[in-house]
Design a protein. Structure first.
Length: 374
């Protein structure tokens, strides 16, 4: 037999406080003020860069340089596959507009350039002989570092190109030192220090930023943001992935640039050079670019899809982009084909020169070695 239902407990509501009397109409609460706009920084900033208004001759030269880098790097990849290039080899395919656009605004022999280990393109953009670069890649006596530097350690004192560095981020501190030398000597030169999105998280980068701004050094810091560092997306590895802002806490202004458009890059270079040469101190450029190959020749690049790479090639390739601009100003397909044929001949000649050059003598092991008491 079911138990009878228990009566529900009742809870008495607490007595309500009497409502406060309504305020008189004359004392009505004023409406909230509109939010004030954020404070405007009183720091001087560079102008927003404009896309460079290049002549037809200049565009043809930019196209020639980018095509030379592309074909040179493709040949280097082939020689690596054949075992003629040893060690690490980092190709610049896809990023050509960065080095060409920036360095075309510098004065060779006056301004200093320093970069990391993906350095072949920067050397070619600074007018260094492709034969000497290819000979160095293959470890030959005729190489620009006499066959002892290889892919990652190439120098040209004549061009003021200071490497080529295998330690991630090390070139930023050295580039700051080059800028200090320019200021100390009063020679009117500036330094350009390249590093990647991966290196942008290195501590020595920020020590260099601090020194450069304190001493108003004439340096352009360039972040080549190719999106993946050694294999991790910048969005996963950097809390602040808008890398052009990285200098703000050091009062270094930053600009973000389309690194797949050589005319946009040159326009940004014009503004950056103007800022630095006028004695206003360092500036930071973030170049949004993309590498088509793996981090190095040994990287299968499984962290991204082939469709992604092909999509960038189809929509944003820097060489194809400029080719359309050239066609729009009347350059014919035949002219461009002839130019590319000439470039292929230059690259073939460089490869043949490298393969036929002798390797260094064994005694070279003991030259260019620093020995001393410390």
């Amino acid at each position: 037999m079911a138990k009878p239902a228990q009566p529900r407990a009742t809870v008495k509501a607490a007595p309500r406080k009497p409502a406060a009397p309504k305020a008189a109409a004359s004392k009505a609460t004023p409406a909230k003020k509109a939010a004030s706009p954020p404070p405007v920084s009183n720091r001087e900033r560079p102008n927003e860069p404009q896309r460079y208004d290049a002549t037809k001759a200049e565009m043809l030269e930019f196209y020639r340089q980018m095509m030379l880098i592309r074909r040179f790097e493709e040949k280097a990849g082939q020689l690596y596959g054949l075992g003629l290039i040893g060690g690490f080899c980092h190709l610049y395919i896809g990023q050509e507009a960065v080095a060409v656009g920036l360095q075309s605004a510098l004065e060779v022999g006056k301004d200093s350039v320093i970069t990391g280990y993906r350095d072949h393109g920067h050397m070619l953009a600074y007018g260094i002989d492709p034969k000497l670069i290819m000979a160095e890649l293959t470890g030959r006596e005729a190489g620009i570092s006499r066959g002892k530097g290889g892919s990652m350690h190439m120098f040209s004192i004549e061009h003021r190109f200071y490497g080529g560095h295998g330690i991630v981020g090390a070139q930023v501190s050295l580039g700051t030192g080059l800028a200090f030398k320019h200021k100390y000597a009063g020679d009117g030169g500036i330094a350009m220090a390249y590093f990647g999105d991966g290196a942008s998280n290195q501590g020595q980068v920020y020590e260099s930023f601090n020194m450069a701004e304190l001493w108003k050094l004439p340096i352009i810091f360039v972040i080549e943001n190719n999106q993946y560092a050694m294999g991790t997306s910048v969005n996963r590895s950097s809390a602040e992935d808008q890398l052009y802002r990285r200098g703000e806490s050091f009062r270094i202004p930053g600009l973000q640039v389309d690194g797949m458009d050589v005319l946009a890059v040159r326009g940004a270079a014009e503004e950056a050079v103007r800022w630095v040469r006028s004695g206003k101190g360092p500036i930071l450029l973030e170049l949004k670019t993309y590498r088509y190959r793996g981090h190095s020749m040994s990287d299968p690049a499984k962290y991204r899809s082939r469709d992604e790479v092909q999509s960038v090639r189809d929509k944003s390739d820097p060489i194809d982009h400029l080719k359309r601009e050239l066609e729009a100003v009347g350059v014919t397909e035949d002219e461009l084909k002839k130019l590319e044929k000439d470039i292929r001949a230059i690259v073939t000649e460089a490869a043949d020169f490298a393969e036929q050059s002798p390797e260094p003598e064994a005694g070279e092991l003991y030259t260019d070695v620093l020995v001393g008491q410390y």
